[in-house]
Design a protein around this ligand. Structure first.
Ligand code: ADP
Ligand code: ADP
Ligand code: ZN
Length: 217
């Protein structure tokens, strides 16, 4: 089973990916996580991506193409994958189809997380992350038991550099301009499932689970 999860910044892609991966053995391919790791390690990809990411702009398609080809060349993806935050432009979606065709693979379902823009402000500004284990928190909606510390591993939580209002505005306009056409692209293939992402975390996951059960049957 090969899945794709798509939605505006802060819609809950990372949170839902973690819950999906607890239940299904899939390889998580998050271009955002891969790019952040590249920036942290100062790799050539990281150096190219850094400025765009800090401003909230999309990283050029060529850079994304290279990291995807490299990731899909590893054998573990044969078990099935979950793309999170990719493709984000129609050009990336067309490119992905070509890459997958070569590998004799296809996308089975696109999970689209729908949410009104005003809901995203607290999700983005309140987001905190564990740098050690990747757990995602929110100071308003999903706080850790002890302020600033990860429940799972005790590490000090961090805030993403781009999780501010200024960058959110740019990211939202990128989303409308570039990523909404991606949903239409998959809509034509009739594989998109629309999920109401404004509900509580458990309820959003329940709705996604129902769709996935339908796929596995
Ligand atoms: P969010 O949680 O806001 O949806 P991500 O973690 O997916 O953000 O991505 C963070 C940043 O990384 C984006 O604002 C963009 O600069 C870059 N990025 C991630 N994935 C892509 C992609 N597929 N294409 C272009 N840029 C990307
Ligand atoms: P994305 O990967 O789409 O940018 P995240 O999964 O990182 O989004 O979630 C963004 C923020 O919103 C995080 O702080 C997360 O804890 C919180 N969050 C995610 N889903 C929900 C939800 N259904 N209700 C309230 N807060 C949520
Ligand atoms: Zn942790």
């Amino acid at each position: 089973m090969n899945l794709l999860i798509i939605g505006a910044p802060g819609a809950g892609k990372g949170t839902m990916s973690e819950l999906i991966l607890n239940r299904y053995e899939l390889v998580h391919v998050s271009t955002g996580d891969m790019l952040r790791a590249a920036v942290k390690n100062g790799t050539p990809v990281g150096l190219k991506a850094q400025g765009y990411m800090n401003r909230g702009e999309l990283v050029p398609d060529e850079v994304i193409h290279d990291i995807i080809v490299e990731r899909l060349s590893q054998d573990d993806v044969d078990a099935g994958f979950l793309f999170d935050g990719y493709p984000r432009t129609e050009n990336q979606a067309v490119d992905l189809d070509e890459i997958l065709k070569e590998l004799d693979k296809k996308i089975d379902m696109v999970i689209n997380l729908n949410i009104a823009e005003e809901e995203l402000i607290k999700r983005i500004t309140g987001r905190r992350l564990c740098p050690a284990c990747g757990e995602i928190y929110n100071i308003y909606f999903n706080p850790p038991k002890e302020e600033g510390k990860c429940d799972k591993c005790g590490a000090d939580l961090i805030q993403r550099k781009d999780d501010n209002l200024e960058s959110l505005e740019v990211r939202l306009s990128e989303y409308h301009k570039n990523t909404q056409p991606v949903i239409e692209y998959y809509e034509k293939k009739d594989i998109v499932r629309h999920i109401d992402a404004a509900q509580a975390i458990e309820k959003v996951f329940e709705d996604i689970s129902k769709e996935l059960e339908g796929l596995c049957r």
